[in-house]
Design a protein around this ligand. Sequence first.
Ligand SMILES: [Zn+2]
Ligand SMILES: [Zn+2]
Length: 258
Amino acid sequence: MDSRAGSSALRLDVVGAGPAFTDRPGATGAAYLVRNEGTTILLDLGQGSFPRLAGLLDPGTLDAVAVSHLHPDHFIDLVALRHFLRWGPSHPRRVRVLGPAGLADRLDALNAEPGFCAAALDVEELEAGRLILGSLELEAARVAHAGESYGFRVAGLSGPGLVYSGDCGRASDLESLIRPGDELLSEVSFGPGPVPPDVAHLDGPAVAGLANRGSVARILLTHLLMGFDPDATVASVRRSFDGPVQLVEPGDHFIVGS
Ligand SMILES: [Zn+2]
Ligand SMILES: [Zn+2]
């Protein structure tokens, strides 16, 4: 491992934690900011979450954005980030973006402008495996969801990491990312369950089972679909997982490992 990876605690800021559609005002698309020392990584940037991101930090200072998959509730506010970098304060600036193959083409097509994305975003194709980003290590693993989809682990050189499910239809796909004592930020789209057949998402019992198999220290639940009860969802996880569990909201922040 690269010796630049640091050992200080990770801070997680929940920027957006909503699903693809919802009736909950403020439940904007997936966006999770992870920082330690001087390195800042954003996991996903879904619909409507750019303004809250810009309220937390200067988006031009992001070391990287990692996009889990090509559903708009996970990447579409890259359009706002691109405009900010191209035309906002201190423009022009650039940010590194890691994502599934075809991400830049989608953004260009949406705007009917070849090169739209490349004007401000340095897009690289993600692959399963580990990557050093400043003082953080990002590990990606393929998960069953929609085409090329990833879950992530973010960690410093030592101490627990944060494992993020992205959207995931098979909890066991995340097992390779989890080290004992890690924290699990997991989608729980179908609340207490069950997940309908042939739908690639998770429910509370599936998340709890994964956390137990991986000796996870804390579960942070997110991406709850419209119509599911938050309390019943948390209860469905607590039924078989003894550690701390909560459903996260934008504005929440956590120190991983405390
Ligand atoms: Zn989603
Ligand atoms: Zn999705």
